[in-house]
Ligand binder design. Structure first.
Ligand code: NCD
Length: 321
């Protein structure tokens, strides 16, 4: 048993969403991730914490950052990592999610990282499988590791969340990143604003305890962090915005709109970006204000922290059999 197995960070053996996490669990993950930022900046990046463990990445939707950072995180912690390529698997022959997962389960993985277009897919698998399940994005429901890496990025820049005003702008309706961030930022004491056209706001947005703006210029006033979201065209049935050019004019972040936020305001984006749609290159590429590359770096560290926290549970009880 590794020394780190002595202290549990997560109370459950899965990470399915931010909604069910306590502040202590979140802060525990942020603190642990800080140690992995340091490891990742060293020449020797390897630890043996997950030696002998198997991690499977099962992604039913496209991913650049999330999948590669889980792969790197697993490898840096010494695990064997298998990336299941759904496009060449029997899913294309009609095999169901549960049958695919049951097949992988029989190979005795310790951790399954899953991204799926159905909200609730990760939870379903967590109920049916013997291994730990990490939700890497389920439909428009949650994307917990994205919110955690965003929080890590903010905390390292700003020290604390108390009193910070964070504006989440764009396609909130279809965004699992927005949902996870709303839960997380509220738990940590930040004030959250949603800025979007009415068609891209959830009808029950008020229940999240956030401030809502449909006018971006008004919404940005006094904001510390501006978090931009991509238009999730793949989740839209029909047209939610008149045209992308029109959308950029009213909701695209450029220098002129950013100037309305608090002086020194920082810009975030989970990626992938659509330049000229929700964000202008002059903002996205300005390293004085843009945290976008830093978010990617923090992504690897946070995913190492999550795998480490889950491994502590494995060390206590083995697979969840
Ligand atoms: C996001 C996702 O997949 O939810 N991307 C990511 O994980 N960094 C956001 C998006 O697809 O727009």
């Amino acid at each position: 048993m590794s020394a780190s197995a002595e202290t549990a960070i997560l109370k459950t053996s899965h990470l399915l969403g931010i909604e069910g996490l306590s502040i202590e669990e979140i802060v525990g993950l942020l603190d642990l991730a800080d140690t992995y930022v340091a490891l990742n900046r060293a020449a020797e990046k390897k630890s043996a914490l997950l030696k002998g463990r198997t991690l499977i990445n099962l992604f039913f939707e496209a991913s650049t950052r999330t999948q590669s950072s889980f792969e790197l995180a697993g490898k840096r912690l010494g695990a064997d990592v298998l990336n299941m390529s759904v496009r060449t698997s029997s899913v294309t022959k009609g095999e169901t999610l549960l049958d695919t997962a049951a097949t992988l389960n029989a190979m005795r993985p310790d951790i399954l990282v899953v991204r799926h277009y159905d909200s609730g897919a990760a939870e379903l698998l967590a109920r049916k499988l013997d291994c730990s399940v990490v939700n890497a994005g389920d439909g428009s429901h949650e994307h917990p590791t994205q919110a955690l890496l965003d929080a890590l990025t903010i905390r390292r820049r700003r020290g604390s969340f108390e009193g910070l005003i964070v504006a989440i702008c764009g396609d909130v309706l279809h965004s699992r990143v927005a949902r996870s961030n709303i839960h997380l930022l509220a738990k940590l004491g930040a004030r959250v604003r949603l800025i979007a056209p009415k068609t891209l706001l959830p009808s029950d947005a008020e229940r999240f305890g956030v401030e809502i703006f449909t006018d971006m210029r008004k919404g940005l006033a006094g904001v510390d962090i501006v978090m931009m979201l991509r238009l999730q065209l793949e989740r839209m049935t029909g047209a939610f915005v008149p045209s992308t050019r029109e959308y950029f004019r009213f909701y695209g972040l450029d220098r002129e709109k950013l100037a309305l936020a608090k002086p020194g305001a920082l810009v975030m984006h989970p990626g992938p970006m659509n330049r000229g749609v929700e964000i202008d290159s002059t903002v996205a590429d300005d390293i004085e204000v843009s945290l976008i590359q830093e978010q990617v770096e923090m992504g690897v560290a946070m995913r190492m922290a999550v795998l480490d926290a889950l491994a502590r549970g494995l060390a206590r009880g083995g697979r969840n059999t």
